[in-house]
Design a protein around this ligand. Structure first.
Ligand SMILES: Nc1ncnc2c1ncn2[C@@H]1O[C@H](COP(=O)(O)OP(=O)(O)OP(=O)(O)O)[C@@H](O)[C@H]1O
Ligand SMILES: [Mg+2]
Length: 378
């Protein structure tokens, strides 16, 4: 029997497709059933992105290759795929549309240009929410980032408020480190202060280099890179990327860290692909660790989420660089690192439906806390 309650629905779905463009993550969450503000994860699903669609998204991420035609077509194609992903999980869990309050859909970022002193800034996510609403018969909340940008913020990262809600401890200073395509941290001070920003590359350069030289989508467990030797001169040069020295608030994307940029850096070097992979792994670990070590606050615990948590070599490098804090995965806090971001967008949809704010101005730099996202009714 489908869950089709007489009482008010309490379930939200979160749909996430990140900068890695590896797959679509969907999570179904019941916030009412959790204890003490916890969430109850009903189930989750990974929906694959067909290779031609992934290629189209990659083209849209490159200003030299994009077109309005491709933008419009891919917006629709992704809307259909997001709807299919949500409907698949609803089928698996036997959830009817009237048991779901709303679906929070992050969308696929194809451009992220946060504001600077001279310009307004913008961030574009695609995957038409109208199609998701029409196909699933559920309300959809989407376009989460642009209100924050309209208020002078970076529009990113948006997960810190959710991390605060779920992972705050009054006893310990914690950092939640999300290692997706880009890496970002949320700083949860035991006094209640919440901070955060993007730290730089996560898996993006590692994936691009691994795909080019091994044909595999990613370096499983970091094993290939672990067999290489780090080149200190190259590491220093990569760490000279201007984003890494920028002050906060800050956010980044494929615009800053991508394969053509990496290949430009490599021109002076004659290193084996494996040594370069080893160097890229340490780049991700050290840029993340440097940010945490330089916070000016003793961090007791670091919890990692995102796909990077499954890269054993990366986790070991991170622990080595974070000599003062213990590194674990968010599984230790009760939530599988794979599903944290999707749950965050389910929660942000809940915030929107309840007319509550979703951004943290101390993180994004927005002038004020605000309600995020547009509502698309079925
Ligand atoms: N077993 C593994 N070994 C090494 N790396 C892995 C493993 N599993 C996942 N990954 C890495 O995690 C990446 C996917 O992570 P994730 O889905 O969190 O990133 P994302 O889609 O960019 O998300 P977001 O932008 O929301 O942070 C893969 O592309 C890969 O690099
Ligand atoms: Mg992903």
């Amino acid at each position: 029997m489908p869950i089709n309650p007489a009482r008010e629905p309490t379930i939200y779905l979160g749909l996430m497709s990140g900068t890695s463009i590896d797959s679509i993550d969907v999570a179904a969450v019941d916030f009412e059933q959790g204890n003490n503000g916890d969430l109850h994860l009903l189930g989750c699903h990974t929906h694959s992105i067909p290779a031609p669609l992934r290629r189209d998204i990659m083209r849209l991420c490159e200003p030299e290759l994009d077109t309005v035609q491709l933008y419009a077509e891919t917006d629709s194609a992704l809307g259909l795929l997001f709807a299919e992903a949500a409907a698949t999980l609803m089928g698996i869990l036997d959830l009817s549309s009237d048991s779901i309050v709303a679906i929070g859909s992050h969308g696929q970022t194809i451009r992220h240009a946060p504001p600077s002193y001279s310009k307004q800034g913008y961030s574009q996510q695609i995957g038409d929410p109208n199609i998701i609403a029409a196909r699933t018969n559920c309300a959809v909340v989407a376009d989460f980032r642009r209100k924050d940008i309209a208020l002078g913020g970076q529009g990113a990262p948006l997960v810190p408020a959710f991390h605060q809600q779920l992972f705050f401890s009054p006893q310990k200073n914690r950092v939640i480190a999300n290692i997706g395509g880009i890496a970002n941290i949320t700083v949860l001070n035991s006094n209640g202060d919440c901070g955060g920003f993007d730290t730089g590359p996560g898996n993006m350069l590692l994936d691009a280099w691994c795909q080019k030289h091994t044909g595999h989508a990613y370096d499983n467990n970091g094993n290939w890179g672990a067999g290489g030797t780090v080149d200190d001169a190259l590491l220093r040069q990569l760490k000279a990327h201007p984003f890494l020295a920028q002050s906060t608030p800050k956010s980044t994307g494929r615009e800053d860290f991508n394969l053509p940029w990496l290949e430009l850096q490599l021109q002076q070097y004659n290193l084996s692909p494996q040594d370069i992979q080893a160097t890229l792994a340490l780049l991700t670990a050290e840029t993340l660790a440097d940010c945490i070590n330089n916070l000016g606050t003793q961090i007791d615990e670091v919890f990692v989420c995102g796909g990077g948590a499954f890269n054993g070599q990366l986790m070991a490098l991170l622990q080595r660089s974070l000599y003062k804090s213990q590194v674990q995965s968010t599984a230790e806090l009760g939530l599988d690192p794979n599903w944290v971001e999707a749950c965050a967008f389910a929660w942000l949809a809940k915030q929107r439906m309840e007319h509550k704010t979703g951004n943290v101005p101390a993180v994004t730099g927005a002038h004020q806390a605000t309600i995020l996202g547009g509502l698309y009714l079925p």
